[in-house]
Design a protein around this ligand. Structure first.
Ligand code: PEP
Ligand code: MN
Length: 345
């Protein structure tokens, strides 16, 4: 259920509605919008009686939410959400480019790639320190040391950083060292981890599971919002199909589907979505053209020696091309490149 407040409702009116929700043993989620505040209700097992709220001062409308996801839906909040990642706005017209290596390998490797990414206009630096690898014998990431490198490099070049959390312990470290928490495809339905993200005070980049529907992706995001963290950015990263010309099948229609159903920003990851370097820039262009709110791409200066995902890493010069080409397409969908944070010093 959603309680829509009148445009001129006072803070006291909102507080009174919230108190009534809490008194019923339910949870209230005030959702500020451009025109009015809406208050989502969660925690109810059955239907809530609209009469309990309809006559309270400042209440415009009480509407049942028809989708199983309540807080992430456009019904709850008609305008697009903007998620701020330590000064970088994502969504609401701001197209963000998250770039960096699949995995943090060394300080020099990360610093070189980050310097280039910053210079050509990318706003957020990525780098895995806890890697979910198919093989237990493959490089698993540098762990805490990798996060230290990523944080230091991010500060040096002036880019907020994002890294993946795999479990409770790595989540604590990612929250401590990074500006954004990445939840990977393999953990999209790790509900215990999603609940912990709901309590975290950092934005979350939630990647679509490789066999997840759009509804399942939105329900996963709902876990985070229901826990009290409204700063979620979704990411389409390809799904498993019979196709064998790419690592995954990048489902760009999911971007359009998500934007119709939800106010949350959605990015596209053409690196994992294709698995092949030569496909990354073309599919990043497609992401911009379809109206995504950004891309996440893997970059390496020496992909042949990369410790993970070298085959899909683009070269630094290809990242420059990507940014130029994407920037040229963004006006088509009323978007622009998100501003970079101001570098210190
Ligand atoms: C990644 O971004 O490094 C990653 C492991 O992606 P995904 O979870 O989409 O496979
Ligand atoms: Mn990778």
């Amino acid at each position: 259920m959603l309680i829509v407040m009148a445009a001129d409702a006072s803070r006291e009116d909102v507080a009174q509605v919230t108190e009534r929700i809490v008194a019923l043993g339910l949870t209230a989620h005030p959702i500020p919008g451009a025109q009015r505040v809406a208050i989502g209700i969660t925690g109810n097992q059955g239907a809530v009686d609209p009469a309990l709220f309809e006559n309270l001062p400042g209440v415009l409308e009480v509407i049942p939410v028809s989708h199983p996801y309540k807080l992430v839906s456009r019904e709850a909040k008609p305008e697009a959400s903007v998620v701020h990642v330590s000064g970088v706005p994502v969504g609401g017209g701001n197209f963000a480019v998250i770039a960096g290596p699949c995995a943090v390998e060394t300080y020099e490797q990360t610093r070189t790639i980050a310097g280039h990414a910053r210079q050509c206009g990318a706003q957020i630096l990525r780098g895995g320190a806890f890697k979910p690898r198919t093989s237990p014998y493959a490089f698993q990431g540098l762990g805490k040391n990798g996060l230290e490198i990523l944080r230091d490099v991010g500060r040096e070049v002036g880019m907020p950083v994002v890294s993946e959390a795999l479990d409770e312990r790595s989540l604590e470290l990612v929250v401590e060292y990074c500006d954004m928490i990445q939840i990977g495809a393999r953990n999209m339905q790790n509900y215990a981890l999603l609940r912990l993200c709901g309590q975290a005070r950092k934005p979350v980049l939630l990647k679509r599971g490789m066999a997840a529907t759009v509804d399942e992706l939105l329900m996963a995001a709902e876990y985070v919002l229901a826990g009290g963290n409204y700063d979620v950015v979704l990411c389409e990263r390809g799904i498993r199909t019979f196709a064998d010309h790419t690592r995954n099948t990048l489902d760009l229609a999911a971007v359009v589907a998500v934007q119709r159903l939800s106010h949350l920003p959605i990015l596209v990851d053409p690196s994992h979505g294709t698995g092949k370097r030569h496909k990354v820039v073309p599919l990043a262009r497609a992401a911009a053209a379809v109206g995504a709110d950004g891309v996440m791409v893997e970059v390496h200066s020496d992909p042949a020696r990369a410790l993970s995902d070298g085959a899909q890493a683009i070269l630094p010069e290809e990242l420059s091309q990507l940014l130029q080409q994407v920037a040229a397409l963004l006006p088509l969908t009323g978007r622009h490149l998100a501003p970079q944070v101001r570098a210190k010093g």
